[in-house]
Design a protein around this ligand. Structure first.
Ligand code: AMP
Length: 397
C-alpha cells in the first residue's frame, strides 16, 4: 500500500511517497518557486539518486501534475500507475478546536479548514489548495488531513486561555492552539519506546528547534502546554520570529514607526528573531559562523535563544512537577551540538546531564545523557511525514 504525503505551502509542494508495507520512502521531493521565476522540482529516490527538473510552474495544479508525472515516469519513476497511490495524507497547519486527530477529508472538513484560515492565513489556504488539486488529479485515492495543532487539543482550559476579556475567546476563539504537534507527539512516543516504558507514566519535554521552534510539556503522552499560541509566533526566539515579547511593545512600535497592523505582523514574523537581533541571517549556521568571527550581535542571538529554551524547560518541569526525559529535534535540535551541551549543563540542578562524547552526534537517534543521569536526554530525528502516512493508513483501514 502506497501513501503520498503532501505538505503544500504558498509557493511550494513537499512530497514523500511511502510504501506502508515496510514504511520505506520510495521518493521524496520538492516543487518550489511556484508562480515565480526559477520554478523547479527536485526529487530523491531510495537509492540516493537525485535529479532536478527546471520548468515554468505557474500554479499548484501544474506543480502537482509534474509530481505525478515524475513519480510515474518510465525512466525515473517509482510507480507504474497513479492508481498505485491508495491515499494522500495532507499536512494542515491549523485545525482550530475542530480537530484533535487526523480525519478523512470531506466537504465539511474542507469548510472547517477554510474557517481556520482566519487563524493561519499564511498556511491553511495553501494547504487547502494542495488538497483540492489532489482531489482532482488523484481522484481514486482517499484524502486525509493531519493537523499541526491537533496534538495540543488536550491542553486544559487554564493553559490555553489568554487573560483577555473572555468574550474574545467566545467571539473569535482567541486562545493557545500550539503547532508542530505531529513532531512533538512522534519524538515523545519514540523516546517512550526506547525507554521501554508506557508513555502514560512519563513526563517528557520535547524541544522542536528548527527555523520555527516550539517546546512542549508531554505529560503522560498528552500535550499539557506548548510554547506557540494562537499562531506560530509566540514562544521561543526563532529564525525570523520574535517569540514572546511584552504585548505593549506592539502598539508602541506601531505608533513610533507609523506601521499598519499588517506591517507590524510582518515585522514580528519575518524581520525579527535571529535575523532581527543579529542583522546577519535567519539561519543558525550563519549566526554561529558570524559569532565565531566575533560578531557580538550574532552571539547575543545565540545566547537569547539558549536562555529562552532553558527558561521554558524549567517552566514545563514545574508545570508537570517533574521531568523524566528531554528531547531535542528538528534542524537546530538535531545538529547544534554546542547549544545542546550549553542548555543541558545549565540545567544540572534538575538532574539533567550530558555526555560530551555521546552528544557529538547529528541527526541520529541517540541518548546523549550518561547512564547515571536521572533525566534521560535524547536527540531524536523528527519524521512528521511518517506520522501523516501512518495516520492515513490507519484511517483508511
Ligand atoms: P528546520 O526548520 O527543522 O529545517 O531547521 C532549520 C534550522 O536548522 C536552520 O536554522 C539551520 O541552520 C539549522 N540546521 C540545519 N542543519 C544544521 C546543521 N548541520 N548544523 C547546525 N544547524 C543546522
Amino acid at each position: 500500500m502506497k501513501v503520498l504525503v503532501i505538505n503544500s505551502g504558498s509557493s511550494s509542494i513537499k512530497y514523500q511517497l511511502i510504501n506502508m508495507e515496510d514504511e520505506s520512502v520510495l521518493a521524496l521531493g520538492l516543487v518550489e518557486r511556484i508562480g515565480i521565476e526559477g520554478s523547479r522540482l527536485e526529487q530523491e529516490l531510495a537509492n540516493g539518486e537525485e535529479f532536478e527538473i527546471k520548468k515554468d510552474i505557474p500554479d499548484h495544479s501544474i506543480g502537482m501534475e509534474l509530481v505525478i508525472n515524475t513519480l510515474t515516469d518510465e525512466d525515473k519513476g517509482v510507480i507504474g500507475d497513479i492508481n498505485e497511490i491508495v491515499a494522500v495524507g495532507h499536512r494542515v497547519v491549523h485545525g482550530g478546536e475542530y480537530f484533535d486527530k487526523s480525519v478523512i477529508i470531506d466537504n465539511d472538513v474542507k469548510k472547517k479548514i477554510e474557517e481556520c484560515a482566519k487563524l493561519a492565513p499564511l498556511h491553511n489556504p495553501a494547504n487547502l489548495m494542495g488538497i483540492e488539486v489532489c482531489e482532482r488529479l488523484i481522484s481514486n485515492a482517499k484524502q486525509v488531513a493531519t493537523f499541526d495543532s491537533a496534538f495540543h487539543q488536550s491542553m486544559p482550559q487554564e493553559v490555553y486561555t489568554y487573560a483577555l476579556p473572555y468574550e474574545f475567546y467566545e467571539k473569535y476563539r482567541v486562545r493557545r492552539y500550539g503547532f508542530h504537534g505531529t513532531s512533538h507527539q512522534f519524538v515523545a512516543q519514540e523516546v517512550a519506546k526506547k525507554l521501554d516504558k508506557d508513555i502514560k507514566d512519563l513526563k517528557i519535554i520535547t524541544c522542536h528547534l528548527g527555523n520555527g521552534a516550539s517546546i512542549t510539556a508531554v505529560d503522560g503522552g498528552e500535550s499539557l502546554d506548548t510554547s506557540m499560541g494562537l499562531t506560530p509566533l509566540e514562544g521561543l526566539v526563532m529564525g525570523t520570529r520574535c517569540g514572546d515579547i511584552d504585548p505593549a511593545i506592539v502598539p508602541f512600535i506601531m505608533e513610533k514607526e507609523d506601521l499598519s497592523p499588517e506591517e507590524m505582523d510582518y515585522l514580528m514574523n519575518n524581520k525579527s528573531g535571529f535575523l532581527g537581533i543579529s542583522g546577519v541571517s535567519s539561519d543558525s549556521r550563519d549566526i554561529e559562523d558570524a559569532a565565531a568571527d566575533g560578531n557580538e550581535r550574532a552571539q547575543l542571538a545565540i545566547d537569547m535563544f539558549a536562555y529562552r529554551v532553558k527558561k521554558y524547560i524549567g517552566a514545563y518541569t514545574a508545570a508537570m512537577n517533574g521531568i523524566d526525559a528531554l528531547v531535542f529535534t528538528a534542524g537546530i535540535g538535531e545538529n547544534a551540538i554546542g547549544l545542546r551541551e550549553d542548555i543541558c549543563n545549565s540545567l544540572d540542578f534538575l538532574g539533567i546531564k550530558v555526555d560530551v562524547q555521546r552528544n557529538d552526534v547529528r541527526g541520529k537517534f541517540t541518548q546523549i545523557s550518561p547512564d547515571e543521569s536521572r533525566v534521560k536526554v535524547f536527540v531524536v530525528p523528527t519524521n512528521e511525514e511518517l506520522v501523516i502516512a501512518r495516520d492515513t493508513k490507519d484511517l483508511i483501514g
